[in-house]
Design a binder for this molecule. Structure first.
Ligand code: IMP
Ligand code: MG
Length: 388
């Protein structure tokens, strides 16, 4: 039995809580994309846990937690998360990492930052965790996989090539930054290899065996549909496929084995980073929801942009992922709002909105009512209700 869990909006829907609930009943939880740009919060009787790489199922000792082939793993962060768990008395003996998963290397977060800075006003608002550059190198076939850590001679040869031939010339000539010393880097990765060795496995046969034995498997999605590289608001997206399709390629589970996709939605919407957000609120209601809901990034601490529930986005997510069951989270945060709104749709394309705004400017009154056809529903209203 396989359940895929996906975020239905722009992330931070409260997936961690739903995963924790489902993981209690699952035999295996698999992360299949993203990296430590994710931040899943789980609150238990032992306090609050924030996971970035380790699947949230780790708190259930009988649940095997897999970091799948589609994830990009920063070994420094993984080791830190493992030691934090140990400090709190949790031995992650139920954790395995796919040897096919790519690594976020020393230089990836730096390139993430340098590229963002170079974009200036067009920046994407990434988390600076090196996620985009790591996936780009995977596609360019100059990435390092977790399994490479176990091949010393290969690591040495490839690190010398990638650092000397690809990374350093760009750093020095384009960004005027100091070059990396690949030999000291090699020493560093040799240490990670030793410490992570017990966790690195060929996860494919393990997952296949679990499928054959009818085990309950949960695919833990990170990020969300609207941040999907293909189906999200490109280029304001993350560099992986957080949708149901990505869960399959990122774990090696065939589509015919999936039983259900659960879509997680928040009762309102939030977004970190730049890019389109049609139901965004820019008034004090946004501030109230942000404060009440502690809507600040788990990873970066940035204040999240806030908006009403966008049913058009949610419907789109349901279709992209084939969502069969929805979870609606954080309803309590809206408790003290006297008026709740739902965005049910919007059909004005950007160029059209610009035209309408320009007309409004020229006539000296905001255009709030727009006819788009003879039918009753072919009528776009903007701004607050006129009787309010
Ligand atoms: P990146 O994944 O760091 O490349 O960032 C790309 C975009 O995805 C930025 O807008 C980030 O704020 C957003 N993003 C990445 N991971 C998450 C997440 O876990 N929750 C919410 N937004 C995210
Ligand atoms: Mg998050």
């Amino acid at each position: 039995m396989v359940i895929i869990l996906v975020g239905g909006q722009w992330g931070d829907e409260g997936k961690g809580k739903v995963i924790d609930y489902l993981a209690a009943r699952a035999d295996m939880v698999i992360r299949s994309q993203g990296g430590n740009n994710a931040g899943h919060t789980v609150i238990t009787e032992h306090g609050e846990f924030k996971f970035q790489l380790i699947p949230s199922g780790i708190l259930h000792p009988d649940c095997l937690c897999v970091i799948g082939n589609g994830v990009v793993v920063d070994p420094i962060v993984l080791l830190k998360e493992i030691s934090q768990l140990k400090e709190r008395g949790i031995e992650p003996n139920n954790l395995i990492v796919s040897e096919r998963a790519h690594m976020v290397m020393r230089y990836h977060p730096l390139f993430d930052q340098l590229e963002e800075e170079a974009r200036g006003d067009d920046r994407l608002g990434t988390t600076w965790r090196g996620i985009g550059p790591a996936y780009a190198d995977k596609v360019r076939r100059i990435g390092f996989r977790m399994g490479d850590l176990q091949k010393a001679a290969f690591m040495r040869k490839k690190l010398a090539f990638v650092v000397e031939q690809v990374k350093n010339p760009i750093l020095e000539k384009l960004y005027e930054k100091p070059a990396y010393d690949w030999e000291s880097m090699l020493e560093e990765y040799t240490r990670y290899a030793r410490e992570l060795d017990p966790y690195i496995k060929d996860t494919f046969p393990i997952i296949q065996e679990a499928l054959d034995n009818g085990k309950k498997i949960l695919l833990e999605g990170a990020q969300a549909t609207m941040l999907d590289l293909d189906f999200g608001t490109y280029p304001y997206v993350t560099s992986s496929n957080p949708t149901a399709g990505g869960a399959l390629t990122g774990s090696g589970i065939p589509p015919t084995r999936v039983d259900l996709t659960v879509g997680v939605f928040k009762a309102y919407t939030s977004r970190v980073g730049y890019g389109p957000f049609p139901s965004e609120l820019l008034d004090e209601v946004a501030d109230q929801i942000r404060e009440r809901g502690h809507e600040f990034g788990t990873v970066t601490g940035r204040p999240r942009r806030i908006g009403w529930f966008d049913a058009a986005v949610a419907r789109y997510s349901t279709r992209v992922n084939g969502v069969g069951v929805a979870a609606l989270m954080r309803l309590d945060i809206l408790d003290d709002q006297p008026l709740l709104r739902i965005c049910t749709g919007y059909d004005l394309p950007q160029r059209c909105r610009e035209y309408v705004d320009r007309v409004g400017e020229l006539i000296g009154a905001p255009v709030q009512l727009i006819g788009t056809g003879p039918r009753r529903d072919q009528f776009v209203t903007r701004g607050p209700d006129l009787f309010e």
